[in-house]
Design a protein around this ligand. Sequence first.
Ligand SMILES: Cc1ncc(COP(=O)(O)O)c(C=O)c1O
Length: 453
Amino acid sequence: MQYFNNIVETIGNTPLVKLNKLTKDIPGLFLAKVEYFNPGNSIKDRIGIKMILDAEKNGTLKPGGTIIECTSGNTGMGLALASVVRGYKCIFTTTDKQSKSKLDILRALGAEVIVCPTNVEPEDPRSYYSVARRLAREIPNSIHMNQYDNLSNRQAHYEGTGPEIWKQTEGKITHYVTTIGTGGTVMGTAMYLKEQNPAVQVYGIDVYGSLLKKFHDTGELDTKEVYPYLTEGIGEDFIPANYDMSYIDHIEQVTDKDGAVMARKLAKEEGIFCGYSAGTVMQGLLQLKDKFKEGDVVVVILHDHGSRYMAKIYNDDWMRERGFLTEEVVTARNIIERKKITQLVYADPQETVAAAFKKMKEMNLTQLPVMEKEENLGSITEHSILQLLMDNPAHREDPVGQVMSKPFPFVELHATATDISKRISKESAAVLVKANSGMVNIITEFDLIEAMA
Ligand SMILES: Cc1ncc(COP(=O)(O)O)c(C=O)c1O
């Protein structure tokens, strides 16, 4: 029989999944470590059990005790799962920025959840840090786990995430990329990987509104960098003890909007349905595309599952209200980028109507511009050829230049589908566009429909 003794034993050994579309234009192999395969659907399951086991070992957590933590939800889930298995009670403080669904999940696992205001200083007695500290003082036989300063957090990744990645990539990893919050994920894994190969590059992805990047780059703890942001689970307004910035080679910041839009793209293009910070890490990675070269093996951490964000980034109204959902406008540029035939097929004014029709048949086209030395002289279509032949079949030997119709009009690269459709009519079956390279392209009614459908 093959089974686990309890749910906690299923934590870790998450798969590495190759990214195929989002990173297709960047050299290197990009592998996502998909942490939603953990039983609580996030990477934080790893630290939940580790912090509990370490606290049992050092005697700070005793049988029947109460675990108190400030958590955005995922760490709470990890602690709640492990607490059910090991027999502890949980009280979590969190902020009013977090998805309600995340909090309901914690309550489903038997935890008590206290929601505190987001926009107060960490030292403010109302902050979720202060409330957790106070409860730990007041409640007998309780422990404040404090994932920020508790080094069991990064140790969980030093013992789990790091060795797993090293083994899964057969030691070929060149870059490790992750979002950064408490710092546990980046630090523990980076410490292990750099111990194996100091050349492994570690990139932390932060959010605008957090002071982590400025602190990393300058050593200055600049609270002027701090402002409210929407991305959940990442960025900080102080430096948790889990950090040693010397292990992080670069920190890149991403906007709330870019992270949210990218999370939706990750789901649509890769079929990997993740949370907000997964969009942030992918966006950060794309911002850093020039740092990668052929042969690189890049591992990206995707922290949690998308189901917890249904009321937020996966809700169109939420996205629209924040100006994150800019309707995609189809332009001439998008259309020509999508076209399969990139070389412009045209008729020479000297060639016969029969030769031009043969060309159309071979290329499966219903119209051709008539051009000479890049000059747009006229056009010929299936419809106009039929009219000519009905009039007199001998027209098949006429030079195209003598029987052609009006030239197709030119539109600008930024012309929208609406602009283009106005120019396409019975008299003009297509429009022409000059790309930045100088090359002329054609957009037909069919191309327009294909781009819109
Ligand atoms: C969704 C999500 N992404 C990223 C992180 C950041 O990970 P860490 O705290 O290990 O730096 C967290 C942490 O809470 C998280 O919940």
